[in-house]
Design a protein around this ligand. Structure first.
Ligand code: 13P
Length: 256
């Protein structure tokens, strides 16, 4: 049984004070929902305060990106060693970093390897544009992103990696994939991982769906066999909504 994992990607929302207020407002309820892994990914500047507010709990903290170099003249970037001890997870390859910061498949691979080396758990995000989707090329495109991201990563690291399938056309648009569509693509991702690492490893890997996930459609996604959780933007920003997402995931997987 794969433990569901619900991660809130707060993107460029919430000051450190607002982030801590969210944690204080949700902590007691989230602690009762231990059948799922709960992760919050605030902006970098809020990480120390959020980490301190969650110390001693099993609610995990994640960063939204990481550089692959150990250090250097890379203005604005954060090295993996700087996140050690501060976060458990790091989102890598989110479509917004691919689109606005020029992150390529090769960089995703380097970032993932650097994160793993520092004991950070990558949440590797992949997903296709509307154009690719409408051309019927989603499986091929996402498959290539997966092969590139995992290039040279040994099977022994797989237990520390989560994949997130986020169709770009579904992010922040209110237009989500259907549960069945998302399940089919995620199933194809699992098949590729099986080809790379063997069925047993592929079956153990957790793969999330992301893109306009809300409490109202969470059950539809989480009742699909291949979908192990969600990477949530907008609906992760409100305390009640985030708690509901976790509760619905646990119920849909029959874990409550
Ligand atoms: P929304 O949930 O706001 O569509 O964002 C999804 C996302 O990009 C999470 O990483």
């Amino acid at each position: 049984m794969r433990t569901p994992i619900i991660a809130g990607n707060w993107k460029m929302y919430k000051t450190p004070q607002e982030a801590v207020a969210f944690v204080q407002a949700t902590k007691a309820d989230l602690l009762k929902l231990a059948a799922a892994e709960r992760v919050v990914c605030p902006p970098y500047v809020a990480l120390p305060a959020v980490k301190a507010a969650l110390d001693g709990t099993d609610i995990a903290v994640g960063a939204q990106d990481v550089h692959w170099e150990e250090e250097g003249a890379f203005t604005s970037q954060v090295a993996p060693g700087m996140l050690e001890g501060l976060v458990t997870y790091v989102i890598i390859g989110h479509s917004e970093t691919r689109a606005y910061q020029g992150v390529t498949d090769e960089m995703v691979n380097k970032k993932a390897k650097a994160a793993l080396k520092h004991g950070l758990r990558p949440i590797i995000a992949v997903g296709e544009s509307l154009e690719i989707n409408e051309a019927g090329d989603t499986e091929a495109f996402v498959g290539n992103q997966i092969r590139a991201a995992f290039d040279g990563i040994p099977a022994s690291d797989l237990a520390h990696i989560v994949v997130a399938y986020e169709p770009i056309w579904a992010i922040g648009t209110g237009k989500s994939a259907s549960g069945e569509q998302a399940n089919a693509i995620i199933g194809s991702i699992r098949a590729i991982l099986a080809g790379l690492y063997g069925q047993e490893h592929a079956d153990a890997m957790r793969i999330q769906y992301g893109g306009s996930v809300k409490p109202g459609n969470m059950a539809e996604f989480m009742s699909q066999p291949h979908i192990d959780g969600a990477l949530v933007g907008g609906a992760s920003l409100q305390p009640d909504s985030f708690i509901d997402l976790v509760r619905i995931a646990i119920e849909a997987k029959g874990l409550s």
